[in-house]
Design a protein around this ligand. Structure first.
Ligand SMILES: Nc1ncnc2c1ncn2[C@@H]1O[C@H](COP(=O)(O)OP(=O)(O)O)[C@@H](O)[C@H]1O
Ligand SMILES: [Mg+2]
Length: 222
């Protein structure tokens, strides 16, 4: 699903990623752990097309998702590629406050120009899968932390992405809600063969993922 090699990233003199290789298979749930500052978020942003690697020509950097290389795409091509192939879940839900849960979830389908009726059907199915069907018309400030994160997961899934990147998705939840959301990731994998790459500090989650990658000082060390 993902094939990436020789990813480097520098900010000025600070070398944040020092040649990362990563391969992820379809339907895998992979965790990335490591100390704060190790480069986890930077790696996720680059894999997710939100940021660019440094000197990709010099290092012969390759990154592809579902067989499609995006390293040489321009911004417009990247936005389209991202909208159709990639879902994100962050530590804070990043839902738009003035929109309802349903409107937030439908937003990526509007950007992608999807069929409205199909999008709505998919959204309803996701709200049921994620057990938030009672929260369709609530605004983000009317949702609990766990509910808001579920809505964020529904938004990530609405365009049936090839892969979901999650950056400490349960870092802001209590342990019960965190465990529930973790279980949900595995349910979604079982149901849709959904692929996940999850940066986490949560040892319970890291232990139950298919593979745990450890990052240290800009490298994957195991
Ligand atoms: N936009 C930026 N400008 C300068 N330095 C950055 C930027 N983003 C991240 N860094 C630095 O890169 C290093 C890795 O950051 P990050 O990828 O966020 O680590 P992690 O997610 O593992 O905590 C840190 O030293 C951080 O300060
Ligand atoms: Mg981080």
């Amino acid at each position: 699903m993902i094939k990436a090699s020789n990813i480097h990233k520098s900010y000025g003199n600070l070398e944040v990623l020092k040649g990362v290789d990563i391969h992820i298979k379809i339907g895998e749930v992979v965790s990335i752990v490591g100390e704060s500052g190790a480069g986890k978020s930077t790696l996720l942003q680059i894999l997710g097309t939100l940021d660019h690697p440094s000197n990709s020509n010099k290092y012969n950097t390759e990154i592809s998702i579902a067989g499609e290389s995006f390293i040489n795409m321009n911004d417009k091509q990247l936005s389209k590629f991202r909208n159709q192939n990639i879902g994100f879940v962050f530590q804070f839900h990043q839902l738009l406050p003035e929109f309802t849960a349903l409107e937030n979830v439908l937003l990526p389908t509007k950007i992608g120009g999807a069929n409205e009726k199909e999008a709505l059907e998919k959204a309803y199915a996701l709200f049921e899968d994620l057990k938030i069907e009672q929260r369709l018309n609530h605004k983000p400030n009317q949702l609990s932390g766990g509910e808001a994160q579920r809505v964020a997961v529904a938004r990530a899934l609405i365009n049936s992405p090839k892969i979901i990147f999650a950056d400490e998705p349960t870092g802001n939840l209590d342990s019960k809600n965190a465990d529930d959301l973790h279980r949900l990731f595995f349910d979604l994998r079982d149901k849709y063969n959904q692929t996940f790459v999850i940066v986490t500090h949560n040892p319970n989650l890291a232990e139950i993922t298919d593979r745990k990658l450890v990052m240290k000082d800009g490298m994957i060390i195991e």
